[in-house]
Design a protein around this ligand. Structure first.
Ligand code: FAD
Length: 821
């Protein structure tokens, strides 16, 4: 092979891989590695873990050193040398030595660009404050650690994987942490129902999570920074870590005339060759082909960068290897949970216009009888015709990595759900199950494709059609921890004897907790001539999709590691608990922990407490819901050892009635559906009256009712065209509402306002203010917000967001409820 001179720009993931591979392929080649930073081949992915203290020794992040690369691979490594221009015609690069300032040129036969991607810093006022930091390299990490000295509060902006890892790192340092995310969910590439347990995990671990919020300004303050938020609030913080995404570093490539792709990355072919044949590019800076959609994509991940570096070197040294595309296989740790994904999410499939069917399964990570079993939730997308696997997401405390990797291989190999049924995967009780969760996902999908059962999805059960009926085949104890509103309950074991209660004219949307008994019930029903479909993933998926899985924390909830003065506020010290029993429900899946809680409560006396530890993340939402339904008091809910969750419950009464009634406090929950001025006034007059009479009042605003709570002034909220049009056409707040009758182009409304003034009736804004003063809870329906394109930042302050589950929960504790429409 002819001697070649290879110059590489960027000495970390892609660049260092390319250099090492090049040397393995050619002993003769001259290899020059240029890196503007002081280190090569450091572990960017490990940076948050040093900040959090898990990787105690900073030097462990330096995977190799320039000396090692020189000694082992005879590579000329030049750190603190920045390439400032490329001259493709002369095949030379211009370099500035950042130590000496000297500028020199270096010729090449082949050039590889691996300059990475830069953290995005949008032009927000004050963003250049030294207290607004980003994390990309070792120096950034050192700066963040230094800036945190003496700080009690920090804010992470952006809930992607770097933001999530940073939030955890900060909490590990016992720093009060806010996480601000513009979207209504963290981990943007994943589907919302797969991340709702992450929201709960963050909150449970003391992260002040603010979704649907953005930072509109930074200003330096005595303690660090004051952030202005899109909600109009301000937030005092020590430092802000900006983690809102990265953009490919393309300036050198652009200046050299290399072609960029439609997504803004450097365009390359499957040999990683740019539009200039002697120049290759790899890593975060390049645009790749999405393996599933075959569309151009920017997917900045370490694995692809390393592989691309290797492929570029292969092609330069005569091996015809080809890059096959990136499928976005990724995993992220969020306290005790992990979320992993590969291939298409539902969002991505919809964006790409790809037809799909989806299934959810919630099995245990390994044999549930072996200690330490924990639930795993998997969502799989597949082609509705061929059954080809298109994507998978998994969340859980253990075993996510193994399953996502199997799905990743399945996608790469073009396997179908029928192949997944037949995969032979390693099994012994501590590691898996004889039917592995991946096989199980295959069974569920293949059953549907073969026509053994028809599937239905949460989108359908939240709004059943007139001829559809919801059927919950769980046990009554499970139903006490929650069911879908309107569902009839017939436990699957009683179904054959109670078929007479069902009608063949209806379609039954059947569900259980996780989907298996729903499937069994559907088999019974369909073989008896009933029309039915099984809700895939059952009630657990319903909970996570509708937001019910995000628990309301008990009032005394304290994150485990805050400062001493916070600990001293714990309820345990104010009201000594009579803890008489501890129950270990780890390894049990829903409804196991709730059933154990019920059994323990049944066996203790009123006033005594029981503490139940479970590994099922669903327990965090189920325990408060169960307490609300049964009237027992949730004294605390906290993270427990080994990724578990501990709920401590005080037995309140033997009678299983709503909590509000049990403590003698009356409650009222009213739905406000419309935005007519007169009806809004009536709603708030009733709410204020009821609050004055000692009721706990909740107003649940849905559809047009949301407009009553909109801010009247200009609000910046990111909206698409339809949302903007909708927002423009609807009234903006209490001052802009019209009478439902006799409006007469606004004259009627003006007249009634005049009469109200004359008769000393409070204005609508005053009524709203009074209601809030009186403790009336104003809850907006998140589903309606989403439908109508109304964003959190558009609403007046102090509004809670909730779903139908929250409404039903409130209603179950209320002695009165009105629908104002
Ligand atoms: P980089 O590794 O960023 O290397 C580019 C190098 O080029 C830089 O050191 C830069 O200084 C140098 N450079 C740029 N321009 C010039 C120039 N003109 N002259 C000389 N040198 C130059 N990915 C995962 O898959 N899993 C993870 O868990 C994960 N965690 C991450 C955590 C953090 C905090 C960060 C920042 C990234 C993480 N990533 C993770 C992403 C992963 O690190 C990147 O995808 C990968 O490093 C990209 O490799 P690269 O070679 O393209 O760029």
């Amino acid at each position: 092979m002819e001697t070649k001179k290879l110059v590489i720009i960027g000495g970390v993931a892609g660049g260092a891989s390319a250099a090492a591979r090049a040397r393995r392929l050619s002993e003769e080649a001259e290899i020059v590695l240029l890196e503007r930073g002081p280190y090569v081949s450091f572990a960017n992915c490990g940076l948050p873990y040093h900040i959090g203290g898990e990787i105690a020794d900073r030097n462990r992040l330096l995977v190799t050193t320039p000396e090692n690369l020189r000694a082992r691979f005879r590579i000329s490594v030049r750190t603190r040398n920045e390439v400032i221009a490329i001259d493709p015609a002369a095949k030379e690069v211009e370099i500035r030595n950042l130590e000496s300032g000297e500028v020199y040129r270096e010729g090449y036969d082949a050039l590889i660009l691996s300059p990475g991607a830069d953290p995005i810093r949008p032009p927000i006022p004050g963003i250049n404050s030294p207290n607004v930091l980003t994390l990309r390299n070792m120096e950034d990490m050192d700066r963040i650690i230094k800036a945190l000295e003496g700080k009690k509060h920090a804010t992470v902006i952006g809930g992607g994987y770097i933001g999530l890892e940073m939030a955890e790192a900060l909490r590990r340092r016992k720093i009060a942490t806010a996480l601000i995310e513009l979207a209504p969910q963290v981990m943007g590439p994943a589907d919302p129902e797969m991340v709702s347990v992450l929201h709960q995990e963050l909150t449970l671990n003391g992260v002040d999570l603010r979704l649907g919020t953005s930072v509109t300004g930074f200003s330096d303050s005595a303690n660090g920074l004051t952030l202005t938020l899109s909600s109009g609030e301000t937030l005092e913080t020590g430092i802000a870590v900006l983690a809102i995404g990265v953009k490919p570093e393309t300036s050198l490539a652009q200046a050299a005339g290399l072609t960029l792709g439609p997504r803004g990355g450097i365009q390359v072919n499957d040999r990683m060759q740019t539009s200039e044949p002697s120049i290759y590019a790899v890593g975060d800076a390049v645009e790749v082909t999405d393996f599933v959609t075959r569309q151009p994509a920017l997917i900045p991940l370490a694995g692809p960068a390393n592989r691309q570096g290797r492929i570029a070197a292969d092609n330069i040294f005569g091996r015809g290897t080809r890059y096959q595309g990136t499928q976005g296989t990724a995993i992220c740790k969020v306290f005790h949970l992990a979320i992993g994904m590969t291939g298409l999410s539902e969002k991505a499939a919809k964006r790409a216009g790809i037809a799909f069917e989806k299934v959810y399964v919630h099995p245990a990570n390994h044999a549930s009888y072996y200690p330490g079993a924990a639930p795993l939730s998997i969502k799989m997308l597949f082609d509705p015709q061929s059954g080809k696997v298109l994507g998978a997401q998994a969340v859980g405390s253990d075993g996510v990595d193994k399953r996502i990797d199997v799905f990743a291989v399945a996608i790469r190999a073009g396997l179908t759900v029928f192949d997944l049924e037949n995969l032979e995967l390693s099994y012994a009780p501590p590691f898996g199950s004889a039917k592995d969760p991946v096989n199980y996902a295959g069974f569920v999908a293949a059953n549907a494709l073969r026509g053994d059962v028809k599937l239905c999805q949460v989108e359908e059960v939240v709004k059943p059609a007139a001829n559809q009926k919801l059927l919950d085949v769980s046990t009554p104890s499970e139903v006490s921890a929650g069911t879908i509103p309107g569902a009839k309950n017939i436990p699957v074991d009683e179904l054959r004897n109670r078929l007479g209660e069902l009608s063949k004219e209806k379609e039954y949307l059947v569900f259980c907790r996780a989907g298996l008994r729903g499937y069994l019930a559907c088999r019974i029903l369909s073989q008896n001539g009933f029309n039915c479909r099984n809700l895939t993933g059952g009630y657990i998926t319903y909970q996570r999709t509708t937001g019910m899985a995000t628990a309301e924390m008990p009032k005394n909830h304290r994150p485990e590691s805050d400062s001493d003065d916070q600990d001293s506020q714990s309820l345990g010290k104010e009201t000594p608990l009579k803890l008489v029993r501890t129950v270990n429900a780890c390894g049990l899946q829903c409804p196991g922990p709730i059933l154990q809680l019920k059994q323990a409560i049944d066996e203790i006396k009123v006033g005594e407490a029981v503490s139940v530890t479970a590994t099922d993340p669903g327990f965090v939402a189920d325990a408060p819901a169960w307490c609300n339904t049964t009237g027992h008091e949730l004294a605390s809910l906290e993270p427990a050892e080994k990724g578990g969750y501990r709920a401590t419950v005080v037995k309140k009464s033997l009678a299983p009635v709503g909590a509000a009634q049990q403590c003698g406090k009356r409650a009222m929950t009213n739905v406000v559906f419309c935005d007519d001025f007169d009806k809004a006034v009536a709603a708030f007059i009733i709410a204020n009256g009821a609050a004055a009479a000692g009721y706990d009042v909740t107003l649940f605003f849905t559809f047009w009712g949301l407009n009553i709570l909109r801010k009247s002034g200009p609000v910046t909220a990111k909206k698409n065209l339809i949302e903007k049009m909708f927002g423009f056409m609807m009234p903006k707040g209490a001052d802009r509402l019209k009478l439902s009758k006799m409006n007469m182009a606004g004259m009627g409304t003006a007249m009634i306002k005049g009469i109200m003034k004359h008769k000393n009736v409070m204005t609508l804004p005053e009524l709203i203010a009074q209601a809030r003063l009186s403790g009336v809870r104003l809850v907006v329906c998140t589903m309606s917000m989403d439908l109508m394109g109304i964003k959190s930042g558009e609403l007046i302050d102090g509004i809670e967001e909730g779903g139908v589950a929250m409404y039903i929960d409130n209603l179950s504790r209320s002695s009165a409820g009105l629908f104002i429409s």
